[in-house]
Design a protein around this ligand. Sequence first.
Ligand code: 13P
Length: 241
Amino acid sequence: MKKIFAANWKLFKTPKETREFFAQFKEVANKATGELVFFPSAISLEAASTSLTGTTIKWGAQNCYFQASGAFTGENSAQVVKELGGSYVLIGHSERRKIFGETDALIAEKVAFTQGLGLTPMLCIGETLEEREASHTFRVLETQLYLGLAKADKTKPVVIAYEPVWAIGTGKVATPEQVAETHTDVFNILSKLGFAQSPILYGGSVKPDNAAGLIKQPHVNGFLVGGASLEVKSFSEIAAV
Ligand code: 13P
């Protein structure tokens, strides 16, 4: 399976910084060993679109609503992502779940809606530290996948990003053993649900010095990178593993 190296820029980088990043990144993008996907913040999407026209580098939004237009003040339209030439939408990131109260039911609507537009949803799942310590990881991931994919079309692509909440932005990366075990569980759940073809990315404190050990683990098909994707050097090193 082709690897995917995805960058979640969260609420960082202005349009100007986005253009500057890509001007440099395009010089080293050919070192990547898989598909490259960037998720800039919404107002920088057009800058990404313009910068990446004519390249094989893909991009998408960090969130969208499940209707193309209407009286939904402050939301992002997946239709606009499509018109600008985007390919992906990140859905159900743990920050959206925790800070903005997104439920699995809402996430399921977004997954189905983006697929319907011909975009690829990248569905994020992951357990909290309390859930892992209470040995509830499997049950949490199974529930998030079962509910999040409830309305998804099995014949259309969907990418899964497993991001343990306790490893996001903490510098506390999951060990290769934890990643191997959990990705195997995620693969087995996906197989049961009819999504065995979906790539499974790992996210949570991925850095150039731990990427090589993690990519070797079973059912790790790439990474979703936060902090280390903001610098050309660190992200291009990760994407070259
Ligand atoms: P960090 O790589 O900064 O831990 O963030 C991970 C993440 O949330 C990517 O979506």
